[in-house]
Design a protein around this ligand. Structure first.
Ligand SMILES: [Zn+2]
Length: 236
């Protein structure tokens, strides 16, 4: 497949994209987590027609790029200093560290207020970690109960929920029925948490990723692919 670099403009936005010609009938536009855009076009499509199609989808393209961009700061390591942002349930909150007589983390007016006699980065990190763990325990159990009731019948043995820091996965289900969720998931939107839990619950009925598994998953969460993609961006 040959490709060429092109640009199109939309309002104040100048958007570069890589254009591929291939033996296909329709135009396919993709926006990737790094903000890059690719367009796959039929071999005989002319640039003016492609440009017109891109304009029609411009709002969506700009929206996708903006969406991905909001997660980018997460890829840089957190320093636990005032001013940087931290995620909770898919939203970003600015960190404000204040010296004080006690150790506490509070979410006030869209900000993380961390109060402590010890404002070293290491100590602030520990306080934040503890806060996230508490929230995860609470939120994950709520979501777990809601998803379980919607996905598996009441006579099915109830899986046990476990929260851990996992390196490469958002969740897993052991043959013994222990559902493990990645602590980091507390930073993702609720729909992502529900997706991971539901995915694992579907494995209670279908251990493998076969058509039956996906049929059940799709029945519970029709737009699961979109949600999965959102999560992958978060994790990157
Ligand atoms: Zn699976």
């Amino acid at each position: 497949m040959t490709s060429e670099q092109q640009i199109f403009s939309y309002g104040k936005n100048i958007i570069p994209y890589r254009l591929f010609y291939s033996s296909r009938k329709t135009l396919e536009i993709s926006v990737f987590p790094d903000g890059s855009v690719t367009v796959k076009a039929p071999v005989n499509a002319d640039l003016a027609a492609i440009d017109m199609k891109l304009r029609k989808r411009a709002r969506w393209i700009v929206g996708q790029r903006a969406y991905f961009e909001q997660f980018n700061p997460r890829t840089t390591p957190r320093l636990f200093l005032s001013g940087e942002t931290h995620l909770y349930l898919g939203k970003r909150f600015q960190l404000k560290i204040v010296p004080g007589s006690q150790n506490r983390v509070r979410l006030i007016n869209g900000r993380f207020f961390v109060e402590s006699p010890d404002t070293s980065q290491r100590h602030i990190r520990t306080l934040m970690d503890t806060w996230y763990k508490e929230k995860a325990r609470h939120q994950f159990h709520l979501r777990f109960d809601a998803c379980r009731n919607a996905t598996i019948s009441a006579d099915h043995p109830k899986p046990r929920l476990q929260i851990k820091r996992l390196k490469k996965r958002w969740g897993s289900l052991s043959p013994g029925g222990i559902l493990t969720l990645n602590l980091e998931l507390i930073k993702a939107p609720k729909e992502c948490i529900d997706y991971v839990i539901t995915h694992e619950l579907c494995h209670l009925k279908y251990p493998h990723h076969d058509p039956d598994f996906y049929r059940l998953l799709e029945e519970r969460i029709p737009d699961w692919e979109k949600i999965k993609h959102k999560l992958e961006v978060l994790m990157s």
